[in-house]
Design a protein around this ligand. Structure first.
Ligand SMILES: Nc1ncnc2c1ncn2[C@@H]1O[C@H](COP(=O)(O)OP(=O)(O)OP(=O)(O)O)[C@@H](O)[C@H]1O
Length: 301
């Protein structure tokens, strides 16, 4: 089943090409859209919602043509925009009810739904307080709630973890996973960090400069992350040389060493090398593929 597709999608602004012949297909579940700032993520979402016209190319969202059926798409899809867009003087309930009515729900139904979605996003207790007094995490939850108010089949979440502290980020990611798994809503979520999306996504699409770098099931990304990151206080070069001498593949990234994992013996080799060389170990952790690594890999292709 296909949730959305684009075919040769291009968006040129006067000074920059935000999307360059982008062809992607997204299936059900949670899909991550990853790219550095300016990669074209927000522009893609706005085109998919029928809010921005593409220069060239075509595509469909839930079977609807985004060039001509934006209204219908917005009826069945929710949108959590990246930037702050909340009125400070009214409560979360008032705002979310209003957004529900804007989506065509009668007032009573909108009130009931608003109570439900605010409970789901963890804002039930605070729902009558003015949004202006909310923390960043709470404001992100209000934005998420309004995206869900009309019971959409699909939601677009643009950088939902922006500005959140680590705890807030974890909670937001768990919430997004639940939207996908418990409520059966398909999710397209953007981030500039592949690492945080790989925890919650079924599929990841990586774009750079408006072009597709990679589109794969999450398992294929994590397979590629078989490396451990090692940091020592001093003696990094000696450690790298020692491990290379043992046949390990070591790459230096500034103060960090990435060691390719061949098997359990790699962990033993690092531990023994640190001990033999009498070094102070600061960090030894399972490597996580970063978006730069994906870029670097593709540069070699
Ligand atoms: N309305 C616009 N007019 C001119 N240029 C634009 C407009 N919207 C976006 N751009 C440019 O298009 C490129 C892609 O922007 P876009 O916002 O889609 O990227 P992004 O991946 O969402 O990054 P970010 O997370 O920083 O928003 C950028 O160079 C941006 O400056």
């Amino acid at each position: 089943m296909t949730i959305l597709t684009t075919e040769g999608l291009t968006k040129r602004f006067p000074r920059v090409t935000a999307l360059d012949r982008l062809s992607v297909t997204v299936g059900p579940g949670v899909t991550g859209l990853v790219g550095a700032n300016g990669a074209g993520k927000s522009t893609l979402i706005k085109i998919l919602l029928g809010l921005v016209e593409p220069t060239e190319g075509s595509g469909r969202v839930l079977g609807l043509d985004f060039r001509t059926q934006g209204d219908e798409i917005r009826r069945v899809a929710g949108y959590m925009p990246e930037h702050e867009c909340l009125p400070p003087d009214i409560s979360a309930t008032e705002f979310v009810v209003h957004m529900g009515q804007m989506s065509g729900l009668p007032r009573t139904a909108a009130r009931e739904r608003a109570a439900d979605v605010l409970r789901h996003v963890g804002l039930y207790e605070e729902r009558y307080r003015a949004i202006g007094g909310y923390s960043t995490g709470m404001r992100q939850r209000v934005k998420l709630a309004q995206a869900l108010i009309h019971d959409p089949k699909l939601v677009f979440l643009d950088e939902p973890t922006n500005g959140l502290d680590p705890k807030g980020r974890d909670e937001m990611l768990a919430l997004i996973r639940r939207i996908g798994s418990e409520f059966g809503i398909s999710v397209l979520v953007t981030s500039h960090l592949l690492g945080e999306l790989e925890r919650i996504c079924d599929h990841v699409i990586v774009i750079d400069g408006g072009t597709l770098l990679r589109s794969s099931a999450i398992g294929e990304f994590t397979q590629a992350t078989q490396s451990i990151t090692v940091e020592v206080e001093e003696g990094q070069e000696a450690l790298a040389a020692h491990l290379s001498g043992l046949g390990e593949t070591v790459t230096a990234h500034g103060r960090l060493l990435a060691v390719h994992v061949r098997g359990d013996q790699t962990f033993d080799a690092v531990r023994d090398a640190v001990c033999d060389l009498d070094l102070s170990l600061v960090r030894l952790e399972q490597g996580r593929q970063r978006i730069e690594d994906v870029f670097r890999e593709n540069a070699h292709v």
